[in-house]
Design a protein around this ligand. Structure first.
Ligand code: NBG
Length: 838
């Protein structure tokens, strides 16, 4: 291990090694010290924000010593590392998670109390780190937690966006986007001004002869500097603290152009700097949609090139031969966003390191794995050839060569199939020509996986069918998604976690979630059920308070809480939900007061952001709010129905919402939701779900049993025929849905014109998402939900049984599957008493 201090002086260092606090007094000392020195506040001048900052700094100090030791241990042992490349890491808040993972939350709670603060209030001061859109980014965050908890030597690589996903405000029922500037004070990142990489763009490629060999040299472009910011990732109940490295862009070679500045040209003297900083300025706010913008491609290359430079630099320290690269390095591509890494590594090996093409390509393909997260055509990345040529001229050449060799091999294997070559070509021969990133990712990886069984089957039989023929089925595999039980149970629902621990022999279930199965033998235990129900009720009271505080609407916590929170998207079908709510409202209105008295009160809760450019999604939000405005003040209805739209859904709100649901909705058109992960979070927190046979719902059903889930709707194998029939046959709309449409058109929920496109999508434009086909079954199933909820005793039993069978859905299981099947990496055993490990 590199160390700059010579042996004789090391004694002094050892004598003065940092010892982290372990008790309340030690913690308090650290807080007071940080308030006075780091925050430069005088004694007793401390508000909640300062208390948050100082507490975070105290824990950060602790994490960073563990982080240093983890890095030293990994360097010393020099085993294979995993690199998870993701454009999105939806981390949420860090402090609570750090306290729980380190195991010192109680210490902090007591210490803060003595210093005059409530820990709940302190934790709430933190701004969410929202560097992601939805499930894809949150999955990456759960994976980091599991990688550290399981002691894998692993790094995450991403971009340090100055602005994460926008904040959503609801004004007059409409979504308004507000920038999310989250970096004002962020104690969780360490700028590494000494870790920088120059990243090149534009320019041209020249051939040069060096030592009798012709090589391609990429020259004379624009240079932007990448600066590393490191975020420590603590594992649960282990000293392993991994690193998430986020790159920030900066003008290379100085702050601004002094020449121009001196000559009085102030504006353009800073222009370069601003242009460079734009690259990592903002997260693209689309979920499941790609929009071929040049700046996005620049972001992708900037991040990929900086990360690969870093990975290669680390590999080179061990002075191994290049052929050992895949034994030391596994790189996972989170969706196609980092696919240029394949091309960049080939470029490094061939152009810079001088390896032969075939040798280099063997190394490249053994290194990468690619995870596909969607089959939606509008989400599959394609880049215009002209744009790639302009921005990355050498990379385009390499892509063409990769494609040439690939197509040659296909032609050999399928000599009479010209159409096959056209179909699988990495270059789509369209106007303009496009680079198909998913195909490039498949060709450049040794494994391709989907994220739930149905999804992995679908990619093999639809979008990647030809590639299964070419490579055989073994290249394709499934790793069903999971979630970290640390954040999504222990942190989000501390009382339930404690109750579970009391029945499962302590907290071990947080590291081995299958231990939840011990709950099942307590299902009949009356006292246990009562405590379970009390916790759910308390969580609902907390959410009801939040609803009151943020919307002014008072909801009765004894009502059935029906929740759909996720990005707003037509395929996720919030429109089906709100049409169902209107149907319920109309049914209630048609009843006599006596009949109404027998109905079950319900609160329909929605939340989620629409991409700023997704007009239809914004109309859906507007309809939900418009229905709420009418229903919530209808005195005939009272508590029987309330419709709530929660503003600015994000990770920290999810932590409050998931524990408070009775039923949650996962109702995508069959075959469209690759997995879904909030379905897992809701069930793990003792809520039931209503859902379609889609994504991970199917495996959840298999695990928890059909009687514990409310499934409805058409199956994925029927979707194509139905769509075809809508377009080419006669298309009749469900009669109940028709009544809902008529009511909207009467103006009951405001200007009908506002919602005409939503209705037309179903009535006139082929109902692509099968809203009408599934409506009847959806309504009927909600009636079953009502009936089931009336029997509280049985309902609670269903919840407990479901939780006891959720062990499969931990992200620890996912990571172990990736490690074994795709990465071929082993965890690094840690000896808690030695920095070097056993
Ligand atoms: C999303 C899917 C979800 C899935 C997450 C994580 C994209 C492209 N895909 O169903 O829509 O749970 O990925 O795998 O964001």
């Amino acid at each position: 291990v590199e160390a700059s201090i010579p042996e004789p002086q090391r004694e002094a260092w050892k004598r003065n090694q940092i010892t982290s606090f372990t008790d309340k007094d030690g913690f308090e000392k650290e807080v007071v010290r940080h308030v006075e020195t780091t925050l430069a506040r005088s004694m007793f001048n401390c508000d909640e924000i300062a208390a948050y900052s100082a507490t975070s700094l105290a824990f950060r100090d602790r994490l960073i010593t563990h982080w240093n030791r983890t890095q030293q241990r990994q360097t010393y042992r020099d085993t294979k590392r995993v690199y998870y490349l993701s454009l999105e890491f939806l981390m949420g808040r860090a402090l609570d998670n750090a306290m729980l993972n380190v195991g010192l939350k109680n210490v902090a709670q007591d210490g803060l109390a003595e210093l005059g603060f409530r820990i709940e209030d302190v934790v709430k001061q933190e701004h969410d780190a929202a560097l992601g859109n939805g499930g894809l980014g949150r999955l990456a965050a759960c994976f980091l937690d599991s990688l550290a908890t399981l002691n894998f030597p692993a790094w995450g690589y991403g971009l340090r966006y100055r602005y994460g996903i926008f904040k959503q405000e609801i004004i007059d029922g409409y979504q308004v986007e507000v920038p999310d500037y989250w970096l004002d004070f962020n104690p969780w990142e360490f700028p590494r001004h000494d870790v920088t990489v120059d990243i090149q763009f534009f320019g041209q490629v020249n051939k040069k002869t060096v030592g009798g060999k012709t090589i391609s040299v990429w020259e004379a472009g624009e240079i932007v500097q990448a600066v590393a910011y490191d975020v420590p990732i603590p594992g649960y109940d282990t000293p392993t603290t991994n690193n998430l490295r986020l790159w920030s862009s900066k003008a290379s070679g100085g702050e601004f152009d002094f020449q121009k500045f001196n000559s009085g040209d102030y504006e353009s003297s800073v222009a370069d700097q601003q242009r460079a900083e734009t690259i990592s300025a903002v997260l693209y706010p689309n979920d499941n949609l790609e929009r071929g913008k040049e700046l996005r491609l620049k972001q992708q290359y900037f991040w990929v090139a900086a990360s690969l430079y870093d990975i290669v630099r680390r590999f080179k320290k061990s002075r191994r031969s290049w052929n050992e690269f895949p034994d030391q390095v596994a790189i996972q591509l989170n969706d196609t966003h980092p696919t240029l890494a394949i091309v960049e590594l080939q470029r490094i090996l061939v152009d810079i390191e001088g390896l032969e093409w075939d040798n280099a390509w063997e190394i490249v393909t053994s290194t990468f794995g690619y995870t596909n997260h969607t089959v939606l055509p509008e989400a599959l990345e394609k880049w215009p050839v002209g744009l790639v040529q302009h921005l990355l001229p050498r990379h385009l050449q390499i892509i063409y060569d990769i494609n040439l060799f690939f197509l040659q091999s296909v032609e050999k294997a399928f000599p009479d199939d010209r159409d096959m070559l056209r179909r699988v070509s990495i270059i789509e021969e369209s106007q303009p020509k496009m680079v198909r990133m998913a195909f490039l990712a498949i060709v450049g990886s040794h494994k391709v996986n989907g994220v739930a069984e149905l999804h992995s089957d679908l990619i093999k039989t639809t979008i990647f069918k030809d590639f299964v023929e070419i490579y055989g089925p073994d290249k394709f595999t499934n790793v069903t998604n999971g979630i970290t039980p640390r954040r999504w149970l222990h942190q989000a629902n501390p009382r339930l976690s404690e109750l579970i621990a009391s029945k499962c022999g302590g907290n071990d279930f947080l590291k081995d979630l299958t231990l939840l199965n011990q709950l099942e033998k307590h299902v009949e235990d009356k006292q246990f059920r009562k405590e379970w129900a009390e916790i759910k009720y308390a969580n609902k009271v907390r959410l009801a308070k939040h609803i009151k505080d943020t919307t002014g609407v008072v909801v009765n916590p004894a009502s059935l809480f029906d929740v759909q929170v996720k990005r707003i998207h037509e395929y996720k079908r919030q429109q089906l939900n709100i049409f169902g709510v209107i149907h319920r409202y109309l049914s209630l209105k048609a009843m006599t007061p006596d009949q109404r008295k027998k109905q079950l009160p319900r609160v329909s809760i929605f939340g989620g952001k629409a991409a700023p450019g997704y007009w239809m999604a914004k109309q859906i939000i507007h309809l939900i709010n418009s229905v709420g405005a009418v229903v919530n003040k209808d005195e005939d209805i009272g508590d029987l129905l309330k419709v709530i739209f929660l503003e600015d859904y994000n990770v920290s709100k999810a932590e409050m919402i998931c524990p408070a649901s009775d039923i949650s909705e996962h109702i995508s058109t069959a075959g469209t939701e690759a997995s879904g992960t909030s379905n897992m979070k809701f069930v793990l927190n003792g809520g039931l779900i209503i859902g379609t046979c889609d994504g991970a719902n199917i495996e959840i059903t298999r695990e928890i049993g059909e009687s514990n889930i409310f499934l409805f709707g058409n199956l994925s194998e029927d979707v194509e025929d139905l769509r075809h029939a809508h377009t080419y046959g006669s298309h009749t709309i469900d009669s109940d849905l028709d009544k809902v449409f008529n009511e909207i058109e009467k103006g009951t929920f405001g200007t009908p014109h506002d919602f005409s496109a939503m209705i037309a999508a179903v009535r006139q434009h082929g109902d692509y998402y099968l809203v009408s086909d599934d409506f009847h079954s959806y309504i009927e199933t909600h009636q079953l939900v009502d009936e089931a909820y009336r029997n509280q005793d049985e309902w609670i039993a269903k919840c407990i049984t479901s939780v006891s069978r959720m062990g499969f859905f931990t992200s620890d299981r996912c990571i172990n599957e990736y490690a074994e099947e795709i990465w071929n990496v082993e965890p690094l055993a840690v000896d808690r008493h030695s920095i070097w490990g056993p």
